[in-house]
Each structure stands twice: as structure tokens, then as C-alpha cells.
Ligand binder design. Structure first.
Ligand SMILES: Nc1ncnc2c1ncn2[C@@H]1O[C@H](COP(=O)(O)OP(=O)(O)OP(=O)(O)O)[C@@H](O)[C@H]1O
Ligand SMILES: O=C(O)C1=C[C@@H](O)[C@@H](O)[C@H](O)C1
Length: 292
């Protein structure tokens, strides 16, 4: 059975309507806050409650993570300053459009996406989590197991179409969201950013946390790094042209080279988020120049 999945924005002026309690006073004035729930009248329909999609970005805020269920994001004061400046440069060009992060499993879409959402003053969503909520099953691995990959992909497309009618979101998409052309028609309503991470680094990250939550990589036996690397290689071969559809590409190899080394493992999420903002700005300013 296919689930109906949807996300809708609250009416204007009712920013906190869906919150069980308002955010801390210190955050209230500035933080874009969102919460997802399953609507009582439509049990399988997701509703975005309390998202204030109108708010201007305030990159100085540090409370956003607490209020949108995004988790805490830490970075140095120097990085914070650069992130704030770059976010201010990008925001007028972005003009409220959503940012969709695409990339292989483990490429840092969630980690970097949370930083971007914080500095842009946008709300953060992870499309895998939205699918889990919509289907009512708490893990992607279980959805694959109890239903099928196709069932998961259908729901993923539903989530993306719903998100595409919204504004001021940073969305970490599932690693395979790029394989369906229809998903690009949804994501292209916003700005798409590819986090391009070498497969060796991906396999190391994934092996460090285990493959149980990643059904396409999971193997009961064998060396987790070797297995993950082999599977990631074949998936990447199938998908690299799709990832290349993204408006902006953030290559960790390029960042490392710019820094004068080739060790991508020492690049922090905030460094990668800064590069993402630079690439977004380049894409958006070039597009504006072409239009004029
Ligand atoms: N720059 C980085 N350096 C080292 N580890 C990182 C970096 N960015 C993310 N990680 C780690 O890599 C793992 C995967 O990161 P994350 O969950 O952000 O990726 P993802 O693209 O959202 O993955 P998935 O698509 O599988 O959900 C996490 O354990 C995270 O802490
Ligand atoms: O790369 C993929 O195909 C996937 C990535 C994850 O984010 C999940 O969307 C799911 O495990 C499939």
C-alpha cells in the first residue's frame, strides 16, 4: 500500500502554532522553527507545523538547531564569521528558494545542511526522515525490508514534490534521490548542491558508524570498509551523471587542493559549508548576469 505523503506550510502569521511550547525567549525573534507531525485527520499525511518561512536570516543565531530538531552545530569563531558573511552574500540571490543537498550516502548532507540552514536562517529537513514519518516506520532500513526499495522511492518522490512548494528550507536528500528524473523537476525549483566526496573517504566514514542503517550497503559479514567501498563504487558509477545535474558542485578534493594538500579527511563540516556558500553564490550570480 502506498502512503500519502505531504508537507504544508502554516498560514502566514501563525508561526508558532504547531509548537507544544514556544522556543526559548532568546531565540524567539529570529529562529525559523519547524516541527513535523502526522495530521490527525489524515493519518499518513505529514504536516509542517510552525515553520516561519518569512523570517530574514540572522546568521548570528545559535538557537536554530535547538528549535528545528536539527541538533547542535559547532564551529570556530573564525568560521562562524566567514559563514555569516557568505550567507549574507548569498541570501538576496537565493530569494527564499530551497537548497537541496545531493550526494552519496555519508557525504555530509545532513552535517553540512544543518550548518547551512543555521547561517541562512532556513529550516532544515532530512528527506529520509520525512519518508520515515510519512510511512510510519522509524528507519529507512526497515522500510526497505518490510516493503521494497520501490516503495521507499515512491514515497521519497512524494516528499520531494511536497517540499518543492515550500520556501526557505535546506533539505538533505536521500543519496539515491537523484536517480529519478522526476525528482529533479521538484528539486530544480530550488538550488541543488552536490557534495562530491571521494569514495575512499565515504567508505571510511560509513565503516566507522556501521552499515546497518544503510540498506544498500549492508552486509552481514566481511570487512566493513572493503564492502562499503565496493558497493559505493558501483553505485557511484551508476549515479555520477545524475549528481552532475546539480547547480553547484562542492568537491572536497578541490577544497583540499586550494588549501595546498590532498587530505580530504581533515576538512571540517564548516569549511565545506563555506565552500558550498561560495559555489552557490557563483552559480546564482552567473545566472543573474545571464538574465540581465
Ligand atoms: N567533514 C566531515 N569530516 C568527517 N566526518 C564527517 C564530515 N561530515 C560528515 N561526517 C560524518 O560522516 C557521517 C555521515 O554524515 P552525514 O550523516 O552528514 O551524511 P549524509 O550525506 O547525510 O548521509 P546519508 O545520506 O547516508 O544520510 C556522519 O558520521 C558524520 O558525522
Ligand atoms: O544512496 C541511496 O540509495 C540511499 C541513501 C540513503 O540516504 C537512503 O535514502 C536510502 O538508504 C538509500
Amino acid at each position: 500500500m502506498e502512503a500519502i505523503v505531504g508537507v504544508r506550510a502554516p498560514p502566514r502569521g501563525r508561526a508558532w502554532a504547531g509548537l507544544e511550547k514556544p522556543p526559548r525567549a532568546a531565540c524567539r525573534a529570529r529562529v525559523p522553527t519547524a516541527r513535523l507531525a502526522v495530521a490527525a485527520d489524515r493519518p499518513r499525511r505529514l504536516v509542517l507545523l510552525g515553520a516561519d518561512t518569512r523570517r530574514a536570516a540572522d546568521p548570528a543565531l545559535r538557537c536554530a538547531a535547538q528549535s528545528a530538531g536539527t541538533g547542535k552545530v559547532h564551529y570556530s569563531a573564525d568560521d562562524a564569521l566567514i559563514l555569516q558573511q557568505k550567507a549574507q552574500d548569498v541570501l538576496p540571490y537565493l530569494d527564499g528558494r530551497c537548497v537541496y543537498l545531493v550526494g552519496m550516502m555519508g557525504s555530509g548532507k545532513t552535517t553540512v545542511g544543518k550548518i547551512l540552514s543555521e547561517v541562512l536562517g532556513y529550516s532544515f529537513f532530512d528527506s529520509d526522515k520525512l519518508v520515515e514519518k510519512a510511512v510510519g516506520i522509524s528507519s529507512v532500513a526497515e522500510i526497505f525490508q518490510l516493503h521494497s526499495e520501490t516503495f521507499f522511492r515512491d514515497n521519497e518522490s512524494e516528499v520531494l514534490t511536497d517540499l518543492s512548494s515550500m520556501h526557505r528550507l535546506v533539505v538533505a536528500t536521500g543519496g539515491g534521490a537523484v536517480i529519478r528524473p522526476i525528482n529533479w523537476s521538484y528539486m530544480k525549483k530550488g538550488l541543488t548542491v552536490w557534495l562530491d566526496v571521494p569514495l575512499d573517504a565515504l567508505a571510511r566514514r560509513i565503516a566507522a558508524v556501521g552499515t546497518a542503517s544503510r540498506p544498500l550497503l549492508h552486509q552481514e559479514s566481511g570487512d566493513p570498509y572493503a564492502k562499503a567501498y565496493a558497493k559505493l563504487t558501483s553505485l557511484f558509477e551508476q549515479r555520477m551523471d545524475s549528481y552532475a545535474n546539480a547547480d553547484a558542485r562542492v568537491s572536497l578534493e578541490h577544497i583540499a587542493l586550494k588549501q595546498g594538500h590532498n587530505d580530504v579527511t581533515i576538512l571540517t563540516p564548516s569549511t565545506i559549508a563555506i565552500e558550498a556558500l561560495l559555489k552557490m553564490e557563483s552559480f546564482l550570480t552567473e545566472k543573474t548576469m545571464v538574465r540581465n
